[in-house]
Design a protein around this ligand. Structure first.
Ligand SMILES: *[C@@H]1O[C@H](CO)[C@@H](O)[C@H](O)[C@H]1NC(C)=O
Ligand SMILES: *[C@@H]1O[C@H](CO)[C@@H](O)[C@H](O)[C@H]1NC(C)=O
Ligand SMILES: [Cu+2]
Length: 342
């Protein structure tokens, strides 16, 4: 009798040990709360924008021999751009971007004195209202400004620019694939967006914006993402549908692999991260579920002990298992809402 229950307890403990995530620091008792952009008051919004503008104004610290890398933000943009096929449509898509968003938040704090917490943009709210073009995220005063506009300039790279908001009329040096997908990655241009409704052009040759393809990232889609049982299936749909469409509907600098040029990248990826964290819950199986492939050719199986490539952004490569749980190891945050919409 005694030994039976001892064995049962031992079996339970062994199972927990097999699925639990090792914690470098067990003290995440007071996680930072990442809020939706609309939940921030005007002072909190202004503080995030101040720090985001600041980081783009600092000189680079990495990639000394790359002339096109000029700002501290370019250090991040160039890394994401160069690693493109190592971090997209492979298993590490979610943990890599979780690490990257955290790195960006850390830089806002350490290099620009940011006092807040990384916000997220829950685009499913805008999609359900079929009103993405008028999302408060694009507000010229309390948001990130709106669609790019024709400037009247004939200079390549300066014909269509974001002309309102805190990032208006700023120059960027890394521009993979914009406006032509095959163009090289070092081309001076203005920060741009090119809202894409997927509906072609009107009689004046202007794109028809419509609801900006809301059905690709509304709460119905997010419920479908949340309904999968395995990491690989959940990650495939999350990356391939709502994640990819948000890049595609904003387009301009948000379109190609240099997309961290777009300040909304980090609020977008915080929301993608939230979808993963929501799916994981506090379920030990899901917090340890990491399947799929290391390469887009799907020949090398992924493992939770894989390291993730970061080029010059750090001295040690992060390990996937340390980025599985937003409340253990190097991470200690949560999201203001983890509920699925009804
Ligand atoms: C951006 O580059 C253009 C073209 O070289 C230049 O005319 C403009 O002054 C630059 N703007 C800023 C804000 O640096
Ligand atoms: C935890 O996740 C697994 C795998 O998706 C699932 O089968 C199980 O029902 C979940 N457990 C709870 C308590 O939700
Ligand atoms: Cu990416």
């Amino acid at each position: 009798m005694l030994s039976r229950s001892f064995l049962a307890i031992f079996a339970l403990a062994a199972e927990a040990a097999a699925t639990a995530i090792p914690r470098a620091d067990a003290s995440c008792t007071n996680p930072a709360v990442r809020k939706e952009w609309r939940e921030l008051d005007d002072a909190e919004k202004a503080e995030y924008i101040r720090a985001a503008v600041c980081l783009r104004g600092l000189p680079k610290e990495k990639y000394a021999d790359m002339g096109a890398v000029t700002t501290r933000m370019d250090d991040l943009v160039f890394t994401h751009f160069t690693l493109n096929s190592d971090i997209h449509f492979v298993a590490n898509f979610l943990p890599w971007h979780r690490w990257f968003v955290q790195l960006h938040e850390d830089l806002l704090r350490t290099e620009c004195g940011f006092t807040g917490t990384q916000p997220y943009w829950d685009w499913s709210i805008d999609a359900d209202a079929k009103n993405t073009p008028n999302s408060p995220i694009f507000d010229p005063v309390t948001g990130f400004g709106g669609d790019g506009k024709h400037t009247g300039s004939n200079e390549p790279g300066f014909q269509r620019c974001v002309v309102d908001g805190p990032f208006a009329n700023t120059n960027l040096t890394l521009a993979k694939g914009w406006p032509n997908m095959n163009d090289a990655g070092n081309r001076l241009h203005c920060f741009t967006r090119e809202f894409n409704g997927g509906l072609g052009n009107d009689g004046n040759g202007e794109p028809i914006i419509g609801d900006m393809q809301a059905s690709a990232y509304n709460s119905k889609v997010m419920k479908a993402v949340n309904s999968f049982d395995t990491y690989a299936d959940m990650s495939d749909m999350l990356e391939g549908l709502p994640h990819a469409q948000i890049h595609s509907i904003i387009f301009g600098d948000m379109g190609p692999a240099t997309s961290p040029n777009e300040p909304l990248f980090f609020l977008h990826h915080a929301n993608v991260d939230r979808a993963w964290a929501r799916w994981q819950g506090r379920n030990a199986t899901r917090l340890a579920d990491y399947t799929g492939f290391q390469n887009t050719g799907k020949t090398i199986p992924a493992s939770i002990t894989d390291t993730m490539p970061i080029l010059e952004l750090g001295d040690t490569k992060p390990i996937v298992k340390d980025y599985m749980d937003i409340q253990s190891g190097p991470l200690c945050y949560t999201y203001s809402s983890m509920e699925m919409p009804l």
